[in-house]
Design a binder for this molecule. Sequence first.
Ligand SMILES: NC(=O)C1=CN([C@@H]2O[C@H](COP(=O)(O)OP(=O)(O)OC[C@H]3O[C@@H](n4cnc5c(N)ncnc54)[C@H](O)[C@@H]3O)[C@@H](O)[C@H]2O)C=CC1
Ligand SMILES: O=C(O)CCC(=O)C(=O)O
Length: 382
Amino acid sequence: MKVAEETSMTKEFELFDKMSEHEQVVFCNDPSTGLRAIIAIHNTTLGPALGGCRMQPYNSMDEALEDVLRLSKGMTYKCAAADVDFGGGKAVIIGDPKTDKSPELFRAFGQFVNSLGGRFYTGTDMGTSMDDFIHAMKETNFINGLPEAYGGGGDSSIPTAAGVLYGIKATNYMLFGNDELGGHKYAIQGLGKVGFKVASGLLEAGATIYVTDINQENLQAIEGLATTTLGKVIVIAKEDIYSQDADIFVPCAFGGIINDNTIAQFKVKAIVGAANNQLLHDRHGKMLQEKGILYAPDYIVNSGGLIQVADELYGINHERVLAKTKHIYDAILEVYKEAISSGRTTEESANQMCEKRIADRSKRNSFYTAPAKPKWSIRNLT
Ligand SMILES: NC(=O)C1=CN([C@@H]2O[C@H](COP(=O)(O)OP(=O)(O)OC[C@H]3O[C@@H](n4cnc5c(N)ncnc54)[C@H](O)[C@@H]3O)[C@@H](O)[C@H]2O)C=CC1
Ligand SMILES: O=C(O)CCC(=O)C(=O)O
């Protein structure tokens, strides 16, 4: 009995150890709709936590928890880098997006989001769509990234893809001394909402792209599009995408793709893509540096979508979103230059800039200002 008690105590502390950098983790359970979700709030120094909600058939509790903890931490850095007044959070729903969705499930999720009273704003991510959040918004105001007809900014993958293209331009400038997109070769993993738009932009600029996706329709669509552009597309088996003789690898599918196995295969000069949490571990940033591969920190490159959903705070303005998204070009160049002069990896340089921004803001938040209209009120909650 004593042994069992000790074991369970150890396990409980393991959970706290895992979330030691996080402010709050909420487990949401609603048997009547089948909802099992986890909301993780990493850091709210810059403002309420903001981050999309991913739906995936995770294999275990640990896998789902690890994903939401990593993704929410990434959002803290992404918000700091993009200079938006939000902190880092994320949610995961455990389930198959093809078979387990229902309006009731998303309404139940909306109720849990509402119970946090504005500490967490959420919207779409992998496996969820704007349609799902039209159900969730019936239960809570703390939803962003809605369709324009519902007062949101619409498809956030448009500015995300624009930001990735700015990141690629900045990288080309570092590699070749001019930032033209055409005339180079790119290996693109994933032609979904973001990857397809990035691929289209590169084809239109006349580039050669090696592409892979597990969805045949996406591959056929990009081949069809290529015939109307100056560019060229070559379809590659999914396991061969890492070893292509391209200039830049553009990951637009899932995280953890920069690891021991893939680094051994890379022949590219740089990696610039939309996927969140691309480095499996921090040490993989160092390995890329040692191999002479320039790495554009993912949370800067893919912050266009965040810039758009955060802009809803002021009433969405697409020109303002585009202007801010353009800044990704300068932000990436700044990181490259800082990393070269300090000897740090690009990820370390970017992290340090973000941590300084958060530390500076926490000092400014330390004095009292008179109560006024809540600063964070996307849909006039007062
Ligand atoms: N949508 C957005 O605005 C943002 C997306 N991201 C990240 O960018 C990545 C892509 O996002 P979306 O385009 O929205 O997702 P998506 O779900 O629309 O697209 C992912 C694509 O990857 C493909 N894929 C899955 N497994 C693959 C494999 N093994 N090999 C090749 N392709 C595979 C899928 O078939 C799909 O076409 C994700 O990691 C997401 O977290 C980050 C910031 C914002
Ligand atoms: O879509 C959102 O609600 C915020 C953006 C986000 O989750 C992301 O950039 O990964």
